[in-house]
Design a protein around this ligand. Structure first.
Ligand code: SAH
Length: 230
């Protein structure tokens, strides 16, 4: 796999953002059960330190969520890896472009990982300012990501159905509009739950439309909220 990335000097990193530090994160993810080399390679290549504030850049390759402003966080690398691995395993291996939808662009990091894997990425974010910054990052890295400022609980119906859907904010239950926009044979990965704890859920839609649901791991995500913010 060749990540579709433009790597300027600042994307290559030095010191706490160097390749050696990134390789340590990859080994940690491997030790924690991430086995898909395509995913590990994308995480090795996409410069996570450019998706957080400069002041936090030295912590970008720790396996931890970090604040990105507006009360939101960039997900922990293991969670990004697990969601991406689950998505890839469930996607069709068709030659045609594989279309995926992410709800909750945030920093743009998860979308960048998906784009680096050669997927056709659509992402929706409700906080305008986060989306503007994420779009700058996509542009700087030469990543082709389609994005929209909207309430992702309605999905992106004009561009669906999607072969894969990732939801990166937690709702008490799976959002029906999103499962509706999942193509037959597609896979959706989403954190589900509220105050009592969240679990990462994989949902597969069979060719006949039948849905199979599997719980994967306990997780912690910010909530999926309604309404738009500039
Ligand atoms: N995928 C992100 C993680 C972001 S945290 C990353 O890689 O950085 C979750 C994001 O979901 C936040 O930015 C939050 O504003 C957004 N969000 C919450 N509810 C939403 C909704 N209804 N529609 C779209 N985005 C939403």
């Amino acid at each position: 796999m060749t990540p579709r990335l433009r790597l300027q000097p600042e994307a290559i990193g030095v010191g706490m953002t160097s390749q050696r530090v990134r390789d340590r994160l990859i080994e940690r993810l491997r030790g924690n059960g991430i086995a898909d080399e395509r995913v590990l390679n994308a995480i090795r290549t996409v410069p996570r330190h450019l998706f957080v504030d400069e002041a936090l850049a030295t912590r970008a390759y720790e396996d931890t969520a970090l604040p990105i402003g507006h009360g939101q966080t960039i997900s922990q690398p293991w969670v990004v890896a697990k969601m991406t691995e689950t998505l890839l395993a469930g996607l069709p291996s068709a030659a045609a472009p594989v279309r995926v939808l992410e709800i909750g662009t945030g920093s743009g990091y998860q979308a960048a990982i998906l784009a680096a894997l050669g997927l056709e990425v659509h992402t929706v974010e409700r906080i305008g300012e986060l989306l503007r910054v994420a779009r700058k990052r996509f542009r700087a890295l030469g990543l082709n990501v389609r994005s929209k400022h909207d309430d992702g609980r309605i999905g992106w119906s004009g561009n669906g159905p999607f072969d894969g859907i990732l939801v990166t904010a937690a709702a008490p239950a799976l959002v029906e509009a999103l499962t509706d926009q999942l193509a037959p044979g597609g896979v959706l990965v989403a954190p589900v739950g509220g105050g009592g704890g969240q679990v990462l859920v994989r949902l597969r839609k069979g060719a006949d439309g039948a849905i199979e649901r599997t719980e994967l791991a306990p997780v912690v995500f910010v909530p999926l909220l309604s309404g738009l913010i500039d």
